[in-house]
Design a protein around this ligand. Structure first.
Ligand code: MLC
Ligand code: AMP
Length: 585
């Protein structure tokens, strides 16, 4: 046993050394000691100081160390994978303090945090756990989380560690000192693996190093004027960069407060923004969200039927208490921006980012925020636009300015990004990694952008097979692949249809084998794909038109969903249509 322990420790060290480079960074968790007595997180159970985060995560880190070591023995030869090289901890936690405790405990142990999403079906969770080669899976919160993880862990023979809420809360008050070994970490040491949909193939794990994280966080702190006095309202899922870095890591970096809601709820968000029914003294000063959230908040406000005085009070409160409201992850419409301004007096600050790079472009904190524009590069981020056919460099810039290499006043093409915030690799996918970077090291975003009037604009995705709905990135091909397994579906083409509320709606054009019940297919889909990826619009056709190469022209196909057409609106879920025939060509 002792020999095994010694071997393991040596292996840890070797693994650690492998990651070592000349550069080290102070990771997020190591800053908590600067703000010990300040409130760090507010959630539905209570509020917690930075010292309590130190206590709870250090305690959990020791437990994980033991769990990890024993699990490595059991999994050593499992399925041909060398689990001794894996320090991955996959975790499924609700949006509460337990998420941060697991994340920090993982880092304090020198491991890689792999966040899971509670909305994902079992098959998707299992895919992430297997693909990431996580050695341990941690869950907290509801019995649903426990049951999901426990069934997968049993199947895959992985150690499952469930955090008991009572014990967890008790550990917060047992004083722990910081683990000095992890107060500085090599900047290229992996901190987390975040899964993202690609155009083709299964979702890929984006490896984000501690250096990337520090760079992504500090760029936002500097650009958006974060201070310890801020209080961020957190309403986003915690398995994507927007929720993980922008809404949670940034406040914790500067000793501010992160007020976490378990999920987005328009009524609760309005209450908190207006500091109604709140047990917390600190009122919200910042909100970051996807455009759909602002759309839903506007809808809620409009339906509330406030009178003139009430509207004035609301506006006045928001103007005096809220410092900044940010929108991103999908295009913000001018209508939403203007309506939000009328209601709150705030111009939303739109920024552009990506899982692989963090935040890259942003409208200014001070100065004009132009609707439809995403501003300029954040500090330390370099961007360039290349012609989509000739790959000629058209414009290149950073936070100091952009140079245009063209006689045209405005240029448009493929957006590429470079800098310390850019991820080093897709986990275990060297070919995909290589394809995503140019030979001179620029990350190819897959977005088309323009530079006009001194600011960048996102035109859209280069591939029609990437859909953004509610801020979630969805691979149309992945949805097709899953739905083709349904016995009634013979052929399917999935497209994104513009929608005011969701940005895009997932829509399916289907050739069916026999009678088909849309609500049954939708229900079936939910056990194969995330709920936000389930098609909302359906059309049934005799044949999906293809060109001579057998390819579907999705841009043309999408036109059969004309949302302005009343008849098409009826094609929304829960209906059965068998007589809709796509005109043959
Ligand atoms: C849910 N519904 C949808 C839908 N999602 N309908 C159409 N399209 C979709 N995409 C339906 C549900 O079926 C349900 O219907 C109803 O809407 C409410 O579902 P819900 O899940 O409760 O929705 P809600 O909580 O309102 O969610 C909306 C949301 C959520 C906007 C809060 O989608 C969300 O959290 N999005 C954020 C995603 C995110 O963080 N992206 C960042 C990626 S990082 P019914 O009929 O059952 O009531 C990134 C980089 C960067 O992009 O730059 O930041
Ligand atoms: P994800 O892969 O989920 O991280 O999503 C990143 C993608 O979201 C980008 O490649 C863009 O297509 C899109 N995106 C993010 N912010 C914006 C924005 N402000 N405007 C338009 N698209 C955006």
């Amino acid at each position: 046993m002792l020999r095994h322990k010694a071997i393991l420790q040596t292996k840890h060290l070797l693994l650690f050394m492998r990651h070592c480079s000349a550069m080290t960074v102070q990771p997020l968790h190591a800053r908590a000691g600067m703000f010990r007595h300040e409130v760090a997180i507010v959630d539905t159970h209570g509020h917690y100081t930075y010292q309590q985060l130190i206590n709870g995560s250090t305690h959990l880190s020791s437990s994980l160390r033991e769990v990890f070591q024993s699990s490595r023995f059991t999994r050593k030869h499992c399925m041909g994978v060398d689990y001794e090289k894996q320090l991955g901890i996959a975790f499924l936690c609700p949006n509460d303090v337990s998420y941060t405790l697991v994340q920090w405990a993982t880092w304090k142990y020198g491991g890689v945090a792999i966040p899971l999403c509670g909305m994902h079906p079992l098959s998707e969770l299992e895919y992430v756990i297997l693909d990431s080669l996580a050695s341990v899976v941690v869950s907290s919160g509801s019995s649903d989380n426990y049951n999901k993880i426990s069934s997968i862990a049993n199947k895959l023979r992985i150690f499952h560690y469930h955090l008991n809420t009572r014990e967890l809360l008790a550990s917060l008050d047992i004083y722990e000192t910081e683990n000095e070994q992890t107060n500085r970490l090599p900047s290229d040491q992996p901190a987390q693996i975040v899964y993202t949909s690609g155009t083709t193939g299964r979702p890929k794990g984006v490896v984000v190093t501690h250096g990337n994280l520090v760079s992504q966080i500090t760029a936002q702190i500097e650009s958006w004027g974060w201070t310890q006095d801020d209080c961020m309202l957190h309403v986003l899922p915690l398995h994507h960069v927007h929720g993980i870095v922008n809404a949670l890591a940034c406040p914790l970096w500067c000793g501010a407060i992160c007020h976490m809601l378990p999920e987005f709820d328009a009524a609760k968000v309005w209450d908190l923004l207006l500091h109604r029914n709140s047990a917390v003294t600190q009122s919200i000063s910042m909100l970051t969200a996807v455009p759909t959230v602002y759309f839903k908040l506007i809808k809620y406000y409009e339906q509330a039927g406030y009178n003139k005085n009430e509207k004035e009070d609301i506006k006045q409160h928001l103007q005096s208490k809220i410092r900044l409201m940010i929108s991103g992850s999908a295009p913000l419409s001018t209508t939403t921006m203007e309506k939000w301004h009328n209601i709150t007096g705030h111009w939303l600050l739109e920024r552009y980012g990506m899982t692989e790079v963090g935040m890259a472009l942003s409208n200014p904190l001070y100065g004009t925020r132009s609707p439809g524009a995403v501003g300029r590069p954040l500090p330390s981020v370099s961007v360039r636009i290349c012609d989509s056919e000739s790959e000629t460099l058209l414009a290149e810039g950073d936070s100091r300015g952009t140079v245009v290499y063209s006689d045209n006043v405005s240029v448009g093409g493929l957006l590429q990004i470079k800098g310390p915030s850019v991820f080093p690799q897709y986990w275990n996918r060297p070919a995909a990694t290589e394809e995503s970077f140019t030979k001179d090291g620029w990350f190819i975003t897959g977005d088309t952008a323009a530079f006009t009037n001194g600011t960048y604009h996102i035109i859209g995705r280069t591939s029609v097979d990437i859909i953004k709905s509610g801020g979630y990135k969805i691979s149309a091909l992945e949805v097709e692949r899953h739905l083709l397994c349904h016995p009634a579906i013979a052929e399917i083409a999935v497209v994104g249809i513009d929608d005011k509320e969701w940005g895009q709606l997932v829509a399916a054009v289907v050739v069916h084998n026999h009678e088909i019940d849309v609500s049954e297919v939708q229900q079936w889909s939910k056990s194969h794909i995330p709920p936000y990826a389930v098609p909302r619009l359906w059309k049934f056709v005799n044949e999906i038109p293809r060109n001579s190469m057998g390819k579907v022209n999705k841009k043309a196909l999408a036109k059969i969903f004309d949302v302005n057409n009343q008849q098409d609106k009826q094609l929304l879920v829960n209906s059965y249509f068998h007589d809709l025939v796509f005109p043959s060509h």
